[in-house]
Design a protein around this ligand. Structure first.
Ligand SMILES: NC(=O)c1ccc[n+]([C@@H]2O[C@H](COP(=O)([O-])OP(=O)(O)OC[C@H]3O[C@@H](n4cnc5c(N)ncnc54)[C@H](OP(=O)(O)O)[C@@H]3O)[C@@H](O)[C@H]2O)c1
Length: 346
């Protein structure tokens, strides 16, 4: 057990999700006790990933919904840290057309709802909010290349709202910008310590038994899943023609790093490689000749090299070290996970 953990109880919201389940595993391995939340714990698929993790340490599962005021009170009570990971994200199974209501308003109100539970608990020493670089880099395309974006950059809501119809990626960016701003305001007004992590596109193996977000998108060049390929290309376009990625183990380690480091404050971009979909496709075609890698779906509008890069200099400058820095290191694990989940043929 790490000295920081000393069997402190911490809350991780949305424990069945791709990122949250990996974070829970890492926290348990470090000696923390976990309270986590699931929207529907009676659904066996939503709790299946916890079975193996319960052996690692104390793990309690609570029912909570971001839409219900007070829903997180019980899960957060007595906790030392609260990791806000659950959020309405647009995925393959999405049914509703009202992105403004579900993604934008749902994200903001859900974040505030959990923040209010944290304030009521009176024990939470720090809230770690998982935002996204979707709140950093979605903007009018920049001229030329070599642009570096850091934590001072915000996605341009006015520009995103000026589009004829709100797309899922735009709604997600707006939701993350507004959630970050509202969470910061609430934390200031209520004397809560808040640190925000802005991860780039996250890859690698997690205990989650079902994945709908970055994993199927990043594997779509191999699986050929058209809907996911469009999401992948949409992310690259929305990120200013770049495809920054991070390994999930590095993301979870960064979540814990900014929780435990007392002097941490504000936003932290978390990404270790700035690449492009074209570069990834070339790498995959070379490394996995047995698969029909979809290099054919990329025309000349997709650049070879990223136009902008997202900088994690703040995180690294404060002492964080990324373990996974190359496509080789990151995709090895991702492809193996895809095979386990039945997304990628053996
Ligand atoms: N994956 C990435 O590349 C990436 C990159 C940057 C940031 N992030 C952020 O990381 C977080 C997790 O993303 P993920 O990729 O792990 O997605 P995920 O697997 O879809 O997890 C999302 C979680 O949020 C829960 N959730 C959604 N709406 C909810 C509601 N109304 N009430 C309670 N829980 C709700 C989901 O529960 P159900 O299973 O019941 O729907 C699920 O547990 C999100 O905040 C996302 O913005 C992810």
């Amino acid at each position: 057990m790490s000295s920081e953990a000393e069997r402190k109880t911490v809350c991780v919201t949305g424990g069945n999700g791709y990122v949250a389940s990996a974070l829970i595993k890492m926290l348990l391995e470090k000696g923390y006790a976990i309270n986590t939340t699931v929207r529907d714990p009676s659904n066996p698929e939503k709790v299946a990933g916890f079975k193996a993790m319960e052996k690692l340490g104390p793990l309690k599962v609570f029912r909570a919904n971001l839409e219900d005021e007070g829903s997180f009170d019980e899960a957060v009570a007595g906790c030392h840290y609260a990791f806000l990971v659950a959020a309405p994200v647009y995925d393959k199974s999405h049914k509703s057309d009202d992105l403004e209501l579900e993604i934008v308003q749902g994200g903001v109100q859900g974040t505030l709802n959990v923040m209010r539970s944290c304030a009521r608990a009176g024990t939470v020493k720090r809230v770690i909010f998982t935002s996204s670089t979707a709140a950093v880099s979605s903007r009018r395309p920049l001229e030329g290349d070599g642009h570096v974006l850091d934590e001072s950059c915000w996605s341009d809501i006015e520009y995103l709202r000026s589009m004829e119809k709100l797309s899922p990626t735009q709604a997600y960016s707006i939701s993350k910008v507004l959630s970050e701003r509202e969470a910061t305001k609430f934390a200031e007004e209520n004397g809560l310590s808040l640190v925000t992590l802005c991860p780039v596109v996250t890859v690698g193996k997690s205990p989650a038994v079902r994945v709908d977000t970055s994993v199927p998108a990043c594997l779509s060049l191999i699986t050929g899943d058209e809907q996911m390929l469009n999401i992948l290309k949409g992310i690259e376009r929305a990120s200013g023609w770049s495809m920054p990625i991070v390994h999930i183990d590095d993301l979870c380690a960064a979540e814990i790093f900014v929780a435990e480091k007392e002097s941490a404050s504000g936003r932290y971009i978390c990404g270790s490689l700035n690449t492009t979909v074209t570069e990834i496709a070339g790498f995959l075609a070379n490394k996995y000749p047995q698969y029909n890698v979809r290099c054919d779906c990329l025309d000349e509008s997709h650049p070879e090299k990223p136009t902008i890069s997202l900088s994690s200099a703040k995180l690294v400058g404060e002492g964080f070290e990324f373990k996974y820095k190359t496509l080789d290191e990151m995709y090895d694990d991702l492809v193996a996970y895809g095979r386990e989940l039945g997304l990628v043929p053996n």
